[in-house]
Design a protein around this ligand. Sequence first.
Ligand SMILES: *[C@@H]1O[C@H](CO)[C@@H](O)[C@H](O)[C@H]1NC(C)=O
Ligand SMILES: *[C@@H]1O[C@H](CO)[C@@H](O)[C@H](O)[C@H]1NC(C)=O
Ligand SMILES: *[C@@H]1O[C@H](CO)[C@@H](O)[C@H](O)[C@H]1NC(C)=O
Ligand SMILES: *[C@@H]1O[C@H](CO)[C@@H](O)[C@H](O)[C@H]1NC(C)=O
Length: 303
Amino acid sequence: MLICITALLLSAAAPAICWDGFGHQTVGFIAQKYFTHQANATVGALIGLGDAFDIGDAAAWADTIRDRDNLPWSKNWHFINPKGDDPENHVCVMDYPTDCVNQNCIIAAIMNQTSIVLDTTNPSMARRNATMFLLHFFGDLHQFFHITGFKFGGTAVRPVCWDTAAPCDSNRSLHGVWDSAIPRKLRGIPEETDRFEDKAGAKSWASDIYSRQKEQGISTNGICAELGGPDCILDWATESNKLVCSHGLKNGEAWILNHDLSKEYFDENGKLADTQVGKAGLRLAAWMNAIASTLGPEKGNDL
Ligand SMILES: *[C@@H]1O[C@H](CO)[C@@H](O)[C@H](O)[C@H]1NC(C)=O
Ligand SMILES: *[C@@H]1O[C@H](CO)[C@@H](O)[C@H](O)[C@H]1NC(C)=O
Ligand SMILES: *[C@@H]1O[C@H](CO)[C@@H](O)[C@H](O)[C@H]1NC(C)=O
Ligand SMILES: *[C@@H]1O[C@H](CO)[C@@H](O)[C@H](O)[C@H]1NC(C)=O
């Protein structure tokens, strides 16, 4: 069962959103492997993590509430739609803050939720939600179709074919293929699994990415974590935005609409989902480690 839900973005397009629960959980599990002792304790206490609700669940939470529980206003926090994007002409360009209309986009959301967590005078429920929003938005920031204005983040590039020759009769979008079909094919996790199989798959993907990063000498050392401004987030968002031109829509929309994307498109681009999920987990860890060290041990453990 997919736990991704659908919602209206800016138009009548009703996309499935996020790396689906599987991808988001993986980002959470990777980050936890890089947490300092203090960050693990702080994040655990802020959210109330345990066996019944672990960091994978916490990282997927934001997609389960945005149409419910009085939080519909959070739906614009999952993406940014840069207006100048024209990948058909190999132009991917983000202009912040102009493209973050009314400061209502993923970049402002990460900054604001960071401040909410850091302010220990906030109610614990606000800090809990803010922590879970952060775990989630680092995932979305690295799913590069959340960082393009082209056809509402690729949700209106549809129908695209997957595992079936064009023309196909499914109504998938290019955005949805990156949220879900590509990561699942990469890891051999069917789209119809239940959440326990998804969880096991996410843990195994996280372990695999973590051990490959270790082999390459990658760690949180040197990862940007300036909590007080948009610079780190802007760098990462810009990197994602460029990937839409260099990979996601490299061949143009017409080509995308006329090919089975599970074939050469997947062969050429699929491993990028692994790279992006890996970066999301690592950068999220550096960010949460910085938050925990700013809060200090007393505040972290006092919650
Ligand atoms: C495909 O989905 C979009 C968005 O939900 C919808 O507007 C459109 O009518 C659908 N097309 C078909 C053929 O079902
Ligand atoms: C991190 O916290 C979780 C609970 O949130 C716990 O299960 C896990 O053992 C902790 N990891 C370390 C290395 O302390
Ligand atoms: C972030 O905070 C600013 C200032 O309070 C506010 O105007 C803006 O709407 C907030 N944006 C998000 C995405 O939370
Ligand atoms: C936190 O999220 C829950 C939904 O899980 C919602 O009911 C509650 O109003 C939110 N609280 C705050 C302070 O954002």
